[in-house]
Design a protein around this ligand. Structure first.
Ligand code: 3H9
Length: 694
C-alpha cells in the first residue's frame, strides 16, 4: 500500500509511503482519498495530518505514469485535492525535505501547512515541459502573491521552506519533531469550529495584475522561445486572476492536457529520466560497495587539468596537482585563481570561499606526492607514449586500491590500463572543456575495469555534479566517435555546394548551440587535423574531404590564430564569413570536378543529424553505450544538442526510423554517398515499427 493510515489520540495521520519520493501515482492517490473518507467516518478523529515517509513529503505526480491511462484514472490529483479541501475535519499538511509539483499542490489544498526548515518548495513542472495541473497556478498566487508565485511557476526553481515562513503558505515552522508538532497543531485546530480556511478563497490582491502579467509575458518571450510551457503558465495564472479560481482551474487543465502531449515535454521528460538512467549500469548492482574517495590527484595543470581540479575542490575534496615544471605549475594555479576571481566578480563566490578553495589545492612537481590519493586523473598530452610514461609512474607510486583515471578523449583505454599491473583499477574519465563548466563526463569502461571502480566513479561524478555516462572502449567513445561522422558530412557538403555560414546557420536554426564550423574555429582546427592524420594511417579506406586540411595548411586554426573557417577581429568573438576561404572552397570543388549545387537547409540538417543517429545506432549495436538515452544524454550535456528535441536518438524516434532510413538511403545514392553505411539497428527497428527508445 502506498499510503499508511494511523490514528494518534484523536488525530488521523495519512502517511504517503511510495518510495523513492512519494510520487502521487494511482495507488497513492487512492490511498489518500480512502484515508480522508475513513477519517470523516470515525467520530473519534478530530483532525487529519497528511505527511510523507522517507526523503520527501512528495515529489509530485508520478511522472512514469504520464502517457499511460493511469495518469487520468480517478481519483485524479484534482479529485484528491477536492477531497482534502472538502474535508469537514481540518487537514494539516506536514512538510519536510521536498514538496514539489503535485506534492505542493496537494499541500496547498490542505487547510493548514506546517513545515520543517530546509524543505525544497517548488512547482517545477515547466522543467518537464508542462505546467502545474492540479490547481498550482491558482493556489500558489493566492498563497504567496502574484509576483512571487509567477516567478516560482515560470522558473520552476525551488525555494527553501524557511524563506516562506510568515507567508500564508505556512501556518507554522517546526524546529523539533515534525510529526509531534504537526499533531499538536492538528489538535489545536481540531478543537476549533469550522469552516477551516481554504487557499482558493483568498484574494490575490495585486494593484496592477494585468500590467504585471504583460511584463511577465514579455520577459518569458525573450528566454523561452522554444518552450510552450512557460507561456501557458502565464495564460493559466492570468485566467484565474482576471476571471476567478474556477475559470483558472479550467484553463490550467486544458493547458496541462495540451502540454503533456508536446514533443518539448516528451523531450524534457526523456532527459529527466535519461539523466537518472545513465547512472545505472546494467551489470553493476546499485548496492556495489564504493571505494572511499577523500583525496584526489590531478596530473597536468593545463586548461583541462586545472578545470578538472576545480570540480573537486568545489565539492570540498582536496587535490594534489602535479606538473613537470615549476612555471607550468604556477601558470596553472594562476589560471585557476583567475577563473575563481571571475566568479567572485559576478558575485557568485566570496573572496573567503575563493581562498578556501585554493587552499585545498596542493601543488607538486613529484609523483611521490600522489601516493596518498584515492583517485588520480591524468590530463596530459593525448599521445599513447606520453600516457605510457604517466601510467608506468603511477603504478609505482599510487597506493593499492587507488583509482587511476585517464582523461583521454580518443585513445585505447585497454592499452593504457595495460601499462599498469592493475588494469582493474584503471578507468577513463573524459571531461569536456571547460571541465569546470561542462556537465558531461564520459566514464570509459575498459575490459578489466572493476565494477566497484565504476560504481565509485559514478558516485564521485554525482558529487561533482556531472552527468556521467558510461562508454565502452572505441575510438572517440560515444560523443567524439559520433561527431566525427557529423563533421565528415559537414565537410562533404562544402565540397558539394554549401559554405560554412550556411551550414552553421541551418543547424543552429535547428537548435544546436553552435554549428560545426564555428565550433571547430573555437576548439582549434588543428585538433581535427591531428585526428584525421591519424585516420589516414589507421583507416586509409575512410574517405574525408581534404578541404579542412587545406585550411590548416594555410595556418587557419581558428579563433586562436585570428582566422579559420571565418575571419575574426581582435577582441571580438563574432565569426565573419571569410571571402578568401569561401573562394578556396569553391576552387577546391572545381579542382575535384564537382559541379556545385544548391544544398537546402533541410538536407544540411538531415545529413548532420542522421550522421549522428547512424553512428549512434552502431554504438548501441556494439554495446559501447548500453541504452539510447545514454547517447542522448551525451549529446544534450556535452555537444549542445537542443534540449527540447531530447537528443539525436529521441529526435530520430520522433521523425520515425522508417523516414530516417529512407533519407539515409537517399543520401547514400548521392556523390560522397559511400560515407553512409546504414546501421543494421535502424533498418531492423524501422521494419518492426520500433524506435530506439521504445
Ligand atoms: C506534476 O506534479 C504534475 C502535476 O502538477 C499535475 C498532475 C495532474 N515521479 O532525482 P533523484 C524518481 S509533475 C516519478 O535521483 P534526489 C527518480 O526518477 C512532477 N519518479 O533524487 C529517481 O528514480 P530512480 C513534478 C520520480 O534526491 C528517484 O525518484 N515534480 C519523481 O536527487 C530519485 O530521484 C518534479 O518535477 C516523480 N515526480 O532528488 C520533481 N521524482 O531511483 C522531479 C523523482 O529509479 N524530481 N523520481 O532513478 C526531482 O526534482 C528530484 O527527483 C527530487 C529528489 C528533488 C524530488
Amino acid at each position: 500500500m502506498a499510503v499508511d493510515y494511523t490514528t494518534h489520540d484523536g488525530i488521523a495521520v495519512i502517511t504517503l509511503n511510495n518510495p523513492p519520493v512519494n510520487g502521487l501515482g494511482l495507488s497513492t492517490r487512492m490511498g489518500i482519498v480512502e484515508g480522508i473518507d475513513r477519517a470523516q467516518h470515525d467520530p473519534a478523529v478530530k483532525a487529519i495530518v497528511l505527511t510523507g515517509a522517507g526523503k520527501a513529503f512528495s515529489g509530485g505526480a508520478d511522472i512514469t505514469e504520464f502517457n499511460t491511462p493511469k495518469a487520468f484514472q480517478e481519483p485524479t490529483l484534482a479529485t484528491v485535492i477536492k477531497a482534502v479541501e472538502g474535508s469537514a475535519k481540518p487537514v494539516v499538511a506536514a512538510i519536510h525535505s521536498v514538496a514539489m509539483g503535485g506534492g505542493l499542490e496537494l499541500a496547498l489544498g490542505a487547510h493548514y501547512r506546517v513545515a520543517a526548515p530546509g524543505a525544497q518548495i517548488a512547482l517545477p513542472e515547466v522543467k518537464l515541459g508542462i505546467l502545474p495541473g492540479a490547481g498550482g497556478t491558482q493556489r500558489l498566487p493566492r498563497a504567496l502573491g502574484l509576483e512571487a508565485a509567477l516567478n516560482m511557476i515560470v522558473s520552476g526553481t525551488p525555494v527553501m521552506s524557511e524563506k516562506l515562513a510568515g507567508t500564508p503558505m505556512f501556518d507554522q515552522m517546526v524546529e523539533g519533531n515534525l510529526l509531534e508538532d504537526a499533531l499538536a497543531f492538528a489538535r489545536k485546530v481540531g478543537a476549533q469550529s469550522g469552516p477551516h480556511p481554504k487557499i482558493r478563497d483568498r484574494n490575490i490582491g495585486h494593484p496592477n495584475a494585468a500590467g504585471f502579467i504583460q511584463f511577465a509575458r514579455n520577459s518569458v518571450a525573450g528566454v523561452a522561445k522554444q518552450y510552450p510551457a512557460p507561456h501557458k503558465c502565464i495564460d493559466a495564472i492570468e485566467a484565474g486572476v482576471l476571471k476567478g479560481f474556477d475559470h483558472g482551474v479550467k484553463v490550467e487543465r486544458e493547458c496541462f492536457l495540451a502540454l503533456v502531449q508536446t514533443p518539448e515535454s516528451k523531450a524534457l521528460r526523456h532527459a529527466f529520466f535519461g539523466e537518472r538512467a545513465a547512472s545505472k549500469i546494467p551489470d553493476v548492482p546499485s548496492d556495489t560497495p564504493a571505494r572511499n574517495i577523500d583525496k584526489v590527484g590531478v596530473i597536468g595543470a593545463g586548461t583541462m587539468g586545472g578545470g578538472i581540479a576545480m570540480n573537486f575542490v568545489n565539492a570540498g575534496l582536496p587535490v594534489t596537482l602535479l606538473e613537470m615544471k615549476q612555471d607550468a605549475l604556477e601558470r596553472g594555479l594562476a589560471t585557476i585563481r583567475k577563473n575563481y576571481e571571475a566568479t567572485v566578480k559576478k558575485g557568485k563566490l566570496t573572496m573567503e570561499a575563493l581562498e578556501q578553495r585554493m587552499s585545498l589545492i596542493t601543488p607538486t612537481l613529484t609523483y611521490e606526492a600522489l601516493g596518498d590519493a584515492d583517485l588520480i586523473i591524468e590530463a596530459v598530452y593525448e599521445e599513447l607514449g606520453v600516457k605510457e610514461q604517466v601510467f608506468t609512474r603511477l603504478d609505482e607510486v599510487a597506493k593499492p586500491g587507488a583509482i587511476l583515471a585517464s582523461n583521454t578523449s580518443t585513445l585505447d583505454l585497454n592499452k593504457i590500463a595495460a601499462f599498469t599491473k592493475r588494469p582493474q583499477d584503471v578507468v577513463g574519465m573524459h571531461f569536456f572543456s571547460p571541465a569546470n563548466v561542462m556537465k558531461l563526463l564520459e566514464v570509459v569502461r575498459g575490459k578489466d575495469t572493476a565494477k566497484d571502480v565504476l560504481a565509485t566513479v559514478m558516485q564521485v561524478a554525482k558529487k561533482i555534479r556531472k552527468t556521467a555516462v558510461v562508454s565502452g572502449v572505441c575510438d572517440g567513445f560515444i560523443g567524439n566517435r559520433m561527431v566525427e561522422q557529423y563533421v565528415r558530412q559537414a565537410l562533404f557538403m562544402l565540397e558539394e555546394g554549401a559554405l560554412p555560414a550556411q551550414v552553421d546557420k541551418a543547424i543552429e536554426k535547428f537548435g544546436f548551440a553552435m554549428g560545426p564550423f564555428r565550433m571547430s574555429d573555437l576548439a582549434g582546427n588543428d585538433i581535427g587535423w591531428a585526428i584525421r592524420k591519424r585516420r589516414y594511417q589507421e583507416e586509409p579506406h575512410m574517405r574525408y574531404s581534404k578541404i579542412a586540411d587545406r585550411l590548416c595548411e594555410a595556418g587557419r586554426f581558428g579563433q586562436k590564430t585570428g582566422g579559420g573557417w571565418y575571419d575574426y577581429k581582435a577582441g571580438d568573438r563574432n565569426a565573419y564569413p571569410s571571402k578568401p576561404i569561401d573562394e578556396m572552397i569553391v576552387a577546391h570543388s572545381k579542382e575535384l570536378g564537382i559541379e556545385r549545387r544548391k544544398i537546402s537547409d533541410d538536407e544540411i540538417v538531415e545529413r548532420l543529424v542522421f550522421a549522428l543517429v547512424n553512428e549512434g545506432a552502431k554504438i548501441l549495436e556494439e554495446g559501447i553505450a548500453s541504452k539510447a538515452s545514454d547517447i542522448d544524454m551525451v549529446y544534450l550535456t556535452g555537444y549542445g544538442f537542443p534540449l527540447w528535441r531530447g537528443g539525436p536518438m529521441l529526435y530520430a524516434d520522433s521523425v520515425g526510423l522508417y523516414n530516417v532510413e529512407r533519407a539515409i538511403r537517399r543520401y547514400a545514392a548521392q556523390p560522397n554517398g559511400d560515407a553512409w553505411q546504414i546501421a543494421a539497428g535502424i533498418v531492423e527497428r524501422a521494419a518492426q515499427g520500433r524506435g530506439f527508445n521504445s
